[in-house]
Design a binder for this molecule. Structure first.
Ligand code: MG
Ligand code: ZN
Length: 233
């Protein structure tokens, strides 16, 4: 299975909502529990009129803390993983690569959902503080001094933190929360809005719908390097 390539491990940085999970679980939670108030805020974030950080703080701040157990039960019942994720994780492991799941979602359901692969990936995500009357978002991984996008959880910051450990940075994602990470990656596997964005910006990328597609295009980052003549920044 292992292929002849590169002089060291690749770093795979994957989004969760709309990427590993078929739907955006933050959006699903908000549209189930506070639909009228959340809908215009979701639209503003997607149109980049509101930062991801401010949008998520305002939306989750609408939810009474006493609802958290119901929200966890709802999220665990609704979440569906995109086909091929287990095969993908095993391939990453077999190649000696590293996998980071970098999500604007929350630990209260991401940790149980990803528990079967806990020894093969590292999770970066946010936490919810239920100690007040309403939920409060805690951001343990904010933007570094090089990022001014007000990400909340900053994906390019995390990619920079680990860049020296890998020979290639590969971003996997689907939406607006991945735009900054894609701009700083060597290669992008993209679907939905991120796919359009990569095309418009000219980033080296390939489309995917399932993780089987990514495994089938395992060498695509090498091919793109030949076409573009080398790594960027
Ligand atoms: Mg997403
Ligand atoms: Zn940032």
């Amino acid at each position: 299975m292992t292929t002849a390539r590169r002089g060291g491990p690749w770093g795979w940085f994957s989004d969760f909502d709309g990427t590993i999970a078929e739907q955006d679980m933050n959006r699903a939670i908000l549209m189930h529990f506070v639909p009228e108030q959340a809908e215009p805020l979701i639209r503003a974030v997607n149109q980049r009129e509101l930062s991801v950080r401010e949008g998520l703080e305002r939306m989750f701040g609408l939810i009474p803390s006493r609802w958290l157990d119901d929200i966890r039960a709802y999220a665990l019942r609704e979440v569906r993983l995109r086909p091929g994720f287990g095969e993908f994780v095993n391939r990453v492991h077999a190649e000696g690569d590293r996998l980071w799941v970098v999500s604007s979602g929350f630990s209260f359901f991401l940790e149980p959902v990803l528990a079967p692969w806990a020894d093969r990936l590292t999770l970066y995500c946010n936490r919810l503080d239920p100690s007040g009357d309403y939920l409060r978002v805690i951001w343990p991984h904010p933007c570094d001094e090089q990022c001014h996008a007000d990400c909340g959880l900053c994906k390019p910051t995390i990619q920079r933190r680990h860049r020296a450990e890998v020979t290639k940075v590969i971003t996997i994602g689907d939406g607006v929360t991945d735009f900054e990470a894609a701009a700083h990656a060597d290669f992008v596997f993209a679907r939905a809005a991120l796919l359009e964005h990569c095309g418009a910006e000219g980033y080296p990328h390939a489309a995917f719908e399932t993780f089987h597609d990514i495994v089938a295009q395992w060498q695509a980052p090498l091919t793109a390097e030949r076409e573009t003549g080398g790594n960027r920044g």
